[in-house]
Design a binder for this molecule. Structure first.
Ligand SMILES: *[C@@H]1O[C@H](CO)[C@@H](O)[C@H](O)[C@H]1NC(C)=O
Ligand SMILES: *[C@@H]1O[C@H](CO)[C@@H](O)[C@H](O)[C@H]1NC(C)=O
Ligand SMILES: *[C@@H]1O[C@H](CO)[C@@H](O)[C@H](O)[C@H]1NC(C)=O
Length: 490
């Protein structure tokens, strides 16, 4: 009733199919062949496809062709549009989510001091970095033509998911402007940006002030009372630890947002949930660099990733850490990787720091490696995990909290199907290369295929696009949240 439809590609007779199918890239779409024009088009299509297939056998594609393909594959929405991309499917092969009433999401119109108003002081939003280039383009950051189309590739900051999420939900087909019809109430607070601007604020009352104002504001809204806030949610681009100041122990600069009773009634989406005290926290992906607007862009990238030549068995991108017990394993990785001829080490120590922040360099290493070591950093999770999936590089985890306990809405339950786990305290962690060499080529191929399938749902689509034709990270989040709420409320 409320729902504006998510996607309705023109001339698709099998409407109901879009929910069910997940066909392989080689299978052809079914068309109703009553229309003579269509019949003719289909014949031409079949002829061209067979011809292309034949060519494919004589001249197998080289990986260098892919860039050209990226620009070719564009909006071919029905069988009549036949061009060089004809061998590719003409309608989305992905599962496209639909908007039923349980996903109707209302976006609170908050006073600007809670979100966009913060951006006017972008220079001071992070005590370490000028955030102005990063908050541009609604959080996508600066375009990165080096990586592909500047409309889809951006140097996106790792802690900016809250802005992209906001931009995408505002423009989402499941958004409703009528709170009476909403099942989900989204509170678009830029809590991460605010928190990082206050890390050095010694006055704790001042540090917590905006969070306290936010819950006062929410509780005064008529819709809060309906379910005591249980149908409300926030999305945060920083880890839960930044919003859970402990009353004992050292002060890392965190505020108390997630400790407030009202927020405990809400669902909290965060790039890193608290593994033990975060029963209302749900992990959402860190943003990577790819923000496509169409399913064709995803498909092209997936094909490219499958065909990458990967000379390195494994790689490690990271710097040493001092003092933190969690990060001790990093020094061990740097040693092992440095000693192995099969490992590529991008050391992010003081001298190599710039390359590590260059997205094209990071993705290059990952697309040239079979396995990517994911060491815990300052906290359990890393943005690098998501870069690695995007690059088709199989992540190797050393703590269950780097991904398995974090992103349950997104990652398969069978963790061995897409990742390698080596307990950081096990003897195996002393000989990573030997462990990785034990994995058969066939297994590697299957795992990579699984990762490639995960790319769409871990991607934040371009917020200006509405009919993207695949389920992105925001689609998965909204659907999972809706599921979770209907279970909780019943
Ligand atoms: C989205 O579209 C608007 C209006 O056309 C434009 O001003 C804006 O720059 C676009 N946003 C991004 C992130 O490209
Ligand atoms: C701490 O901040 C609060 C809120 O901004 C303010 O009212 C209070 O005076 C400050 N306390 C001190 C000691 O500066
Ligand atoms: C949280 O929910 C409970 C009901 O489960 C309610 O009694 C309480 O008032 C809510 N807290 C706030 C701050 O709204």
């Amino acid at each position: 009733m409320f729902s504006r439809k998510q996607i309705s590609p023109p001339n698709t007779p099998l409407e109901e199919e879009k929910d069910k199918y997940y066909y392989s890239k080689y299978k052809e779409t079914q068309f109703s062949l009553n229309n003579p024009n269509l019949k003719f088009a289909a014949l031409v299509f079949i002829f061209l496809s067979s011809w292309l297939l034949l060519l494919l056998f004589w001249f197998p594609p080289k990986t260098t062709n892919n860039v050209a393909v990226l620009h070719l594959a564009h909006k071919t929405e029905n069988a009549e549009t036949i061009n060089l991309a004809a061998a590719a499917p003409t309608k989305s092969p992905f599962k496209v989510p639909t908007c039923d009433p349980s996903v109707a999401v209302y976006v609170y119109p908050l006073p600007p001091k809670f979100n966009t108003g913060l951006l006017s002081r972008c220079k001071t939003l992070n005590v370490y970095t000028d955030m102005c280039p990063h908050v541009a383009n609604r959080g996508l950051g600066q375009p990165l033509p080096k990586l592909g189309s500047p409309a889809a590739w951006f140097a996106t900051h790792q802690f900016i998911a809250e802005m992209i999420f906001h931009a995408r939900v505002e423009n989402h087909p499941c958004r409703t402007l009528d709170p009476a019809r909403a099942a989900l109430f989204y509170v678009p607070f830029y809590g991460g940006l605010h928190a990082s601007s206050m890390f050095k604020e010694a006055n704790l009352t001042a540090r917590d002030e905006l969070a306290v104002n936010l819950v006062d504001h929410l509780q005064a809204q008529p819709w809060w009372g309906r379910n005591s806030g249980r149908d409300h949610f926030i999305a945060l681009g920083r880890t839960a630890w930044d919003f859970m100041r402990a009353t004992d122990g050292p002060d890392f600069g965190a505020n108390s947002l997630l400790n407030l009773p009202a927020v405990k009634n809400m669902s909290v989406l965060t790039v890193e949930r608290h593994p033990w005290q975060g029963s209302n926290h749900y992990g959402i992906p860190y943003p990577s660099y790819f923000h496509p607007s169409t399913w064709q862009e995803i498909l092209t990238w997936q094909n490219k990733v499958r065909e990458m030549y990967r000379p390195n068995l494994f790689s490690f991108i990271g710097g040493p850490r001092k003092g933190l017990e969690k990060a001790a394993i990093r020094n061990e990785f740097i040693r092992q990787c440095g000693e192995s001829t099969r490992c590529f080490l991008m050391n992010c120590g003081p001298s190599g720091a710039s390359k590590c922040h260059e997205p094209s360099e990071v993705l290059k290493v990952m697309t040239e490696s079979t396995f990517c070591l994911q060491a815990p950093g300052d906290s359990f999770t890393r943005r690098s995990t998501f870069d690695s999936v995007l690059a088709g590089c199989i992540p190797v985890f050393f703590s269950p909290h780097t991904a398995y306990t974090q992103y349950k809405w997104f990652l398969p339950e069978e963790v061995k199907t897409y990742s390698v786990y080596i307990d950081e305290k096990s003897p195996a962690s002393r000989k990573i290369e030997d462990e990785l060499l034990k994995i058969s080529g066939e297994k590697v191929k299957a795992m990579r295929e699984k990762l490639v399938d995960l790319i769409p749902s871990l991607t934040y689509a371009h917020p200006n696009a509405t009919d993207v034709g695949f389920g992105d990270a925001v689609d998965v989040t909204l659907a999972s949240l809706a599921n979770h709420l209907s279970e909780m409320m019943n």
